[in-house]
Design a protein around this ligand. Structure first.
Ligand code: FES
Length: 117
């Protein structure tokens, strides 16, 4: 995963441009700091998702984790999260959720809302 910092002005809905859509191929992830928020972008099955890079279990950096089949596995204790909704997939009885941010593709750009409008 690549990590770079980006400062952008939000649009009327609070979305900021993160990267060009072409920079995020299917099945890949991209880590970046977007207006001060550490985010992981994921393209999975044709959709784009944005999740926090901070593990909700004990705050490890998920950008060092492994992504496979729509899931991110934390490098510290192995918790596994669904990037589509942040739900914890392992351990199964865990109720914590990975923070998700609204993301969309507009005019060949990926935009993310990292703050509430
Ligand atoms: S810090 Fe991520 S699973 Fe513990």
């Amino acid at each position: 995963m690549n990590l770079f910092r980006k400062k952008s002005q939000p649009d009327a809905e609070g979305f900021v441009t993160a990267v060009a859509a072409a920079d995020l191929p299917e099945g890949q992830t991209l880590s970046l700091v977007l207006n001060g928020v550490k985010v992981i972008l994921v393209r999975w099955q044709g959709s784009v998702y944005a999740v926090s890079s901070i593990c909700p279990h004990a705050a490890a950096d998920l950008s060092g984790g492994e992504f496979y089949r729509g899931k991110i596995e934390c490098p510290d204790h192995g918790y596994c999260f669904d990037v589509r909704n942040g739900r914890t997939l392992w351990p199964e009885d865990e109720m914590i959720r990975l923070k998700c941010y609204p993301a969309k593709e507009v005019d060949e750009q990926i935009k993310v809302r990292v703050s509430t409008p």
